[in-house]
Design a binder for this molecule. Sequence first.
Ligand code: SF4
Ligand code: SF4
Length: 139
Amino acid sequence: MVYNIFMFDFILSIINEFRSYFVPEKIIYEVTGECKKCGKCCNYMYSVDTYTEKEFKIMQFLFPKYRRFYIKGKDENGNLIFACKLVTPEGLCSDYENRPQMCKNYPAKKLYFPGKLHEGCGYNVKIKTFKDYLDKDKK
Ligand code: SF4
Ligand code: SF4
């Protein structure tokens, strides 16, 4: 019985990971500014497809790129907060050349789930409106 539940979670994790690559990209941001290398985003992050400790263990088992992360705690709503083991006390990446694609893309310009930047982050994000696209075509 326990084995069956584990297998169900296991398969569900694979499906969710797979789906996360194909969800429609609903929101497009315009990103300006630059990184101030404060390290906040490496020390406090959310996942859009991992909601429980068990799911996280399965994801780490399936995808080695997740092994650099650990669960730091939960926010006031019970959402898991993750952090990276490879950020230095100065807020720099100690594995910069091999950092995962998600780190290279941060802050992502296309997101299905709206997010927000850390306070004091050097980047600014602005949601592109339909008018922005029309104005761009006029230039
Ligand atoms: S929070 Fe912003 S400024 Fe700080 S390290 Fe991350 S991207 Fe750079
Ligand atoms: S791999 Fe580097 S850039 Fe990515 S979260 Fe860890 S310390 Fe930050």
